[in-house]
Ligand binder design. Sequence first.
Ligand SMILES: NC(=O)c1ccc[n+]([C@@H]2O[C@H](COP(=O)([O-])OP(=O)(O)OC[C@H]3O[C@@H](n4cnc5c(N)ncnc54)[C@H](O)[C@@H]3O)[C@@H](O)[C@H]2O)c1
Length: 236
Amino acid sequence: MATGRSHRPATRSRGIPEATVARLPLYLRALTALSERSVPTVSSEELAAAAGVNSAKLRKDFSYLGSYGTRGVGYDVEYLVYQISRELGLTQDWPVVIVGIGNLGAALANYGGFASRGFRVAALLDADPALAGRLVAGLPVRHIDELESIVADNQVSIGVIATPAGAAQEVTDRLVAAGVTSILNFAPTVLTVPDGVDVRKVDLSIELQILAFHEQRKAGEDRQDPDGDVPAVMPA
Ligand SMILES: NC(=O)c1ccc[n+]([C@@H]2O[C@H](COP(=O)([O-])OP(=O)(O)OC[C@H]3O[C@@H](n4cnc5c(N)ncnc54)[C@H](O)[C@@H]3O)[C@@H](O)[C@H]2O)c1
């Protein structure tokens, strides 16, 4: 049994490093904005700045895609959008189920950005019988008992978990047994999954804690005296 991605290799089967894969959505977001403004080409420096990535890293990342740009012209925006989308598997429609339709699950269901990025919400599932049949974002909430048949009928391979932490492992086990092989987990708990199942975790409170750490450091720097590196007020 593997926990999360810990036993996964650092590179994917076609030799693209995982860190590059993680940056592809950033490039795609920046390129999509350029495409919407009908910008035909972009330099590596401009695109790197728009994606918040170092330009040498960007050129290296694109070399894995076999995309080198044209000297003095840059990269063809539309072709790169296609190439990255194809690499990420976004040129096909991925059916997704969301489990736990409370505050967060309903907000995710209402997010319009999935469809335009290659994801289709196939079903919304919840254990609360009082929610069954209620329309959220135009879809009826289905009871969790229907999970297995919904996953099979819609060939769902991606599940989004927005249940309380205490229910997340049980929901994961059911999703995996039904055939789901990728899980996006919003519940604040570590999930155990078999090899071959990918888990990505989203935790806004962790991101905020990291920002709090940096805020604290910045405040500490402000308190340092101007010609020394000893803080005027020692942290507790
Ligand atoms: N990752 C983040 O940044 C982030 C942000 C907000 C909330 N959360 C987490 O997301 C989860 C949901 O938060 P919320 O505010 O929407 O909670 P909520 O209480 O509003 O909703 C939870 C829903 O899950 C359902 N549920 C409970 N057990 C279930 C089961 N076994 N199968 C299916 N559905 C089940 C409940 O009926 C309820 O509708 C929590 O774990 C919370 O900590 C994470």
